[in-house]
Design a protein around this ligand. Structure first.
Ligand code: ADP
Ligand code: ZN
Length: 616
């Protein structure tokens, strides 16, 4: 079997996502890799497929017990023999699993980092042919990140002690350069193939709301999305208790999670949420590490988090299955004050004193400010976020509250013409900043040195903000009018399309329009959203509910969470296609051979029934 056949047969997917193939190919050819992909992008496939293509064993090092369990369960469901070794096993269970591993029963073994250097495990590793070691959550090796785990530092010793060096793969969703360099250095990756995929998650809808009564906003949202499962994040335990109590009193099937609850209650509540028994989870940020529930349809923030990193991480838990999901932040000025208070009181790291502590606070205040701007910007929210993480978006995503409500179409013909004119007349040898400065009639050093003040386009767009001119420039680049070179000092040049658009006299131009944020600050948002962004037209329809019922039945009988049987996205596809034959069923996204053998017939029978016209 090749990688495409495995993807289809075991996972039921037709094509690879961004970045997956290159990582798989490198690992298969024996080259180390470092894969940096956002949550939900599909990192596990990148090491599982090479593992399935090899005859030897793959070890996956992961710090998250619940994630390990979930992945192993999913693999076994697909017919792949896999096991995990971590502290959730009793010692006899652990020994048994190792004994089976020694017999060669498992193709993929998930192991917690602190197990690596134990005697039993080393004995196993020394006598087993290991093809690959995949390090999940690889940022835990870096002291720069928030999740540093000293046990990760043992990984290189473990590898060095093996009779033969396996190929190494490191995977994480943390993108900063420091962390990336640390991963490569600390894990001693050799000439690694590096893949960084974009941070954009197109299926997520972003919205900021300024409701006076936040609870009511949340309640109304839940009322209009009755069958969806999701998380409501609050800043404090007290808020969690309050919101959860009110939701329960209003008849919603909610549960709660925060660090003040007993271990048992936390575990039980998480389980109730995972299994869709209590589809609404109200939680502090303590709820997060290791949630691998793929059908989270919404993440609502009752309070604004302290920075964009936290927000994107928490919101990113929505829609991991790739189907549409909502990320809505309910903002109030009080959240800024609460966060400021937390920053000034910060005693998290008592090794920090004096100047160092002040520096950390300074940085935290800065990050809080950026988070607050997010709640007030009239720009595309997605674009704002991507810019924050160092990527360029397209100014207009069409799938955030600002794009849908705060944007207008503006005529940028004159601006584009002046911009192109300025670039041409200065010989296409300057960078973006110089050109924008010249158009605004600025007095920057380069502008004056190169006599832009004598250029006929100098100051021609003096009334515009730099931000807006930059958006126009981005737009022209994205639409092939301009190009920014890839050099050390990038230069803007005019392309064919730009040349033919340009008119020296400024007459007879075709009109060029762009979507741009309205100039006025966003008006207070309406209290209710009537559109159901998070659900597709299928979700909630009668056939969809029938399919869901069958899924729930099977999940109950097999004691697995429903999304392990089929994801929401698969059910939606099934609902649209209503397949009538096995072949048709196998074309549905997420239905592979093995899943078909298990559940195919039952779903097929139901689809046939559903496609019959209603006799009444
Ligand atoms: P990550 O570890 O990067 O957060 P996962 O490996 O858990 O993400 O994958 C997220 C979801 O995407 C899973 O439900 C997975 O089955 C699905 N997925 C992975 N690869 C593909 C693909 N090529 N096509 C469709 N879905 C995919
Ligand atoms: Zn947008």
């Amino acid at each position: 079997m090749d990688k495409y056949e495995i993807l289809k047969k075991y996972y039921g997917y037709d094509e690879f996502r961004d970045g997956q193939e290159a990582l798989i190919d490198a690992l298969v050819s024996g080259q180390d890799v470092c894969g940096i992909m956002p949550t939900g992008a599909g990192k596990s496939v990148c090491y599982q497929i090479p593992a399935l293509l090899s005859d030897s064993v793959t070890l996956v090092i992961s710090p998250l017990i619940s994630l390990m369990k979930d992945q192993v369960r999913a693999l076994n469901q697909m017919g792949v023999h896999a096991a995990y070794l971590n502290s959730s096993l009793t010692f006899p269970q652990y020994r048994k699993a190792l004994a089976l591993a020694k017999e060669g029963r498992y193709r993929i073994i998930y192991v917690a980092p602190e197990r690596l250097l134990t005697e039993e495990f080393q004995d196993f590793a020394a006598n087993t042919s290991i093809f690959m070691v995949a390090v999940d959550e690889a940022h835990c090796v870096s002291q720069w990140g928030q999740d540093f785990r000293p046990s990760y530092l043992k990984i290189p010793d473990f590898i060095a002690g093996l009779p033969k060096r396996p190929v190494l793969g490191a995977f994480t969703a943390t993108a900063t350069r420091e962390v990336r360099e640390d991963i490569i250095r600390m894990l001693s990756l050799q000439n690694p193939h590096l893949t960084i995929t974009g941070f954009d998650r197109k299926n997520l809808y972003f919205e900021v709301r300024h409701d006076k009564d936040k609870y009511r906003g949340i309640r109304d949202y839940l009322l209009s999305h009755p069958d969806s499962s999701g998380i409501i994040y609050c800043a404090t335990r007290k808020n969690v208790e309050e919101v959860c109590d009110r939701l329960l009193a209003d008849g919603f099937c909610a549960t709660r999670y925060h660090a003040g609850l007993s271990d048992d209650e936390r575990r039980a509540n998480q389980e109730a949420f995972t299994y869709d028994e209590r589809p609404v989870m109200v939680a502090t940020n303590a709820f997060g590490m290791g949630i691998d529930k793929s059908n989270v349809r919404f993440v609502l923030h009752y309070n604004m988090p302290k920075n964009m990193e936290s927000y994107y991480q928490e919101a990113g838990r929505a829609g991991r299955d790739g189907a549409k999901a909502d990320c809505i932040l309910f903002y109030s000025g009080q959240d800024v004050i609460t966060n400021q208070f937390f920053i000034e009181q910060n005693r998290e790291n008592d090794e920090l004193t004096g100047q160092a502590l002040e520096l950390v606070r300074q940085r935290d205040r800065e990050r809080l400010k950026k988070m607050t701007f997010y709640c007030h910007t009239a720009d595309c929210l997605r674009d704002y976020m991507l810019r924050y993480f160092g990527e360029y978006g397209s100014n207009f995503c069409g799938n955030c509250s600002n794009c849908l409500h705060e944007f207008e179409t503006v005529d940028i013909s004159q601006i584009a013409n002046d911009m192109i004119g300025c670039i041409i007349s200065s010989g296409m040898r300057f960078g973006v900043n110089v050109i924008l400065d010249a158009l605004r009639g600025g007095k920057g050093e380069k502008v004056l040195r190169f006599c832009f003040d004598r250029n006929r386009y100098y100051g021609s767009q003096a009334g515009q903000t730099v931000v807006f001119l930059r958006q126009v420039l981005n737009f022209l680049v994205l639409n092939d009018y301009l190009v920014v070179t890839d050099d050390q000092y990038p230069i803007v040049k005019v392309r064919e399309k730009g040349l033919s658009f340009f008119s020296e006299s400024g007459e007879f131009r075709p009109v060029l329009t762009m979507k741009a944020a309205k100039k006025a600050p966003p008006a207070p948002k309406p209290e209710k959203t009537s559109q159901k962004h998070g659900s597709s037209p299928q979700a909630g329809s009668a056939p969809f509910e029938e399919l869901r019922k069958l899924r729930t039945e099977i999940a109950r009988a097999e004691h697995v969470p429903p999304y392990i049987v089929f994801s929401d996205k698969t059910l939606e596809a099934m609902c649209v296609l209503l397949p009538q034959t096995k072949e048709e069923m196998l074309t549905v996204h997420g239905v592979g051979d093995l899943k078909y053998q298990k559940y195919g017939e039952r779903f097929l029978a139901l689809c046939k029934k559903l496609s019959k016209p209603d006799p009444f």
